[in-house]
Design a protein around this ligand. Structure first.
Ligand code: UDX
Length: 478
């Protein structure tokens, strides 16, 4: 098939590269000249596993890049709209990019085309795209609009696309659904998985993707409702963690217990500093807005957002509990990205917590395996230093803060961490370590929803260091 994907952001780039991997001819359209030039040169603008390989494999063969929407539409049977839908101040999604692309597609149509919403959009966007296209001269018999939401997670987006839990095709007309079914055929009939050199899947054994056909409106709601449910699951477990802290229970044990009920499941039941990223925060607000506009007050979503925001404050309170005062404290921060496996810092709890700590007068040295460049653009220059590795970040620090769930951090040598730190204090916002291991190492360890480990044995700084520190204005020793 010939496919156009409009927008080469996260969703568009991954979808385009994966459709090429499935054997289709793909034209990726973007109006950002710098991005296009980089893609044409073979650069991969985002940190995403397997994406550089796919771009390399298909660029110049089945994958082309252009800024010419008109030409791309003319050449394609299906046009996927994957442009941004950022939140407006009131939480509504800003659909002006989607509208402008729909106008552009309308003026190019000369043959039957399927226009597909791939961006996360509120219910009714489908009908709006149709109206805008008709108003801009697209003949009704020459197009249909479908919704085909993506469920890609950053960091595992390529594998999520090629080994999906489900493919949702929201199409009100059969002729339109048939085109989309054709696009995904190699995943649904399993023929992709019989090929050699394919991108490896998360599970061993044969695989066939499940396709769910729905109305366009249902598909639009599936996307919002899925993200809202997952965010709610995280806020739920964070709320349970608060109760655990209050009564002295261990949230990991509680989650093991509740997560082994197959109706609940263990995934997305990890407490921490709250969810971030480009999807959950934005989609929750947009879904709440859609519900409100249609006469339903979705209070459950209000509470989900509230618990999430409070989780960052609770973490800051933990730091105060461990360090007493903050002014002048030297902190080693591990993790800047909103989650592991990505360089994305959008709505990252780590960044928001660090901004507060900097305002309070702390000095910070940070390390993240992927997100330091992006964080440097976001955080006030001079206020923060970046390290080459985790041990360097915590060297001589009053405490180590863990803010992103990178596997590398969980594998750190606790004895070496203790040696690097000035005081043996770790405040872990992602529960990466076992309290028993920290206790055995003589660390003071604060985590989420588990009892604090406050050891009696403390490594006392050498007298000379102590003297220097006490002479610095505003400094107190915890
Ligand atoms: C999410 C959805 O998972 C995906 O289906 C959708 O298409 C886009 O939004 P993503 O934003 O990439 O994907 O990240 P995800 O893995 O869902 O994590 C979101 C946030 O929740 C991260 O900040 C993560 O650290 C946090 N999280 C996740 C938890 O705090 N606990 C968990 O148990 C799981």
């Amino acid at each position: 098939m010939n496919i156009a994907v409009v927008g080469s952001g996260y969703v568009g780039l991954v979808a385009g590269a994966c459709f090429a991997e499935l054997g289709h001819n793909v034209i990726l359209v973007d109006n950002d000249e710098r991005k296009l030039a980089a893609l044409k040169k073979g650069e991969c603008p985002i940190h995403e596993k397997f994406l550089p390989e796919l771009l390399q494999r298909h660029r110049g063969k089945r994958l082309a890049f252009t800024d010419d929407l008109h030409d791309a539409v003319r050449r394609s049977q299906a046009i996927f709209i994957a442009v941004g839908t950022p939140p407006k101040e009131d939480g509504d999604a800003d659909l002006s990019y989607v509208e402008s692309v729909a106008r552009g597609i309308a003026t190019a149509i000369d043959d039957y085309k399927v226009v597909v919403e791939k961006s996360t959009v509120p219910v009714y966007t489908n009908s709006w795209i149709r109206k805008i296209m008709l108003l801009n001269g697209a003949p009704a018999e020459l197009f249909d609009v479908a919704s085909n939401p993506e469920f890609l997670r950053e960091g595992t987006a390529v594998a999520d696309f090629l080994y999906p839990d489900r493919i949702v095709i929201g199409a009100d007309a059969d002729r339109c659904a048939a085109v989309l079914e054709q696009a995904y055929k190699p995943l649904v009939d399993g023929s992709y998985y019989d090929k050699r050199d394919i991108i490896p899947g998360p599970l061993a054994g044969p695989f066939k993707a499940r396709l769910i056909r729905t109305s366009a409106k249902s598909a639009e709601l599936i996307k919002h409702a899925s993200n809202a449910f997952l965010a709610m699951k995280i806020s739920f477990v964070n709320a349970v963690a608060c109760v655990c802290e209050a009564v002295g229970a261990d949230v990991e044990q509680v989650c093991e217990g509740i997560g082994s009920d197959s109706r609940i499941g263990r995934r997305f039941l990890y407490p921490g500093v709250g969810y971030g990223g480009s999807c959950f925060p934005k989609d929750l607000l947009a879904f709440r807005s859609v519900a409100r506009e249609n006469g339903y007050q979705f209070g459950l979503l209000d509470e989900t957002v509230k618990v999430n925001e409070e989780q960052r404050n609770r973490f800051l309170r933990k730091i105060r509990k461990a360090l007493w005062t903050l002014k002048g404290k030297k902190l080693g921060v591990l993790g800047l990205a909103f989650k592991n496996g990505t360089d994305d810092i959008r709505e990252s709890p780590a960044i928001s917590i660090m901004k507060t700590l900097l305002k309070e007068g702390c000095s910070i040295t940070a390390y993240d395996p992927a997100a330091m460049e992006r964080a440097a653009e976001e955080l006030p220059p001079d206020a923060i230093k970046f390290a080459n590795d985790p041990y360097e970040a915590i060297q001589g620090a009053d405490a180590c803060l863990i803010l992103t769930e990178w596997e590398d951090f969980a594998a750190l040598d606790v004895a070496q961490m203790k040696k690097a730190l000035r005081y043996p204090i770790v405040i872990d916002g992602r529960n990466l370590f076992k309290p028993s291991v920290m206790a055995a190492a003589g660390m003071n360890y604060y985590s989420v929803g588990r009892p604090d480990v406050v050891g009696e044995r403390r490594s006392v700084p050498r007298t000379t260091e102590l003297k220097t520190e006490l002479s610095e204005p505003g400094n107190k020793v915890a």
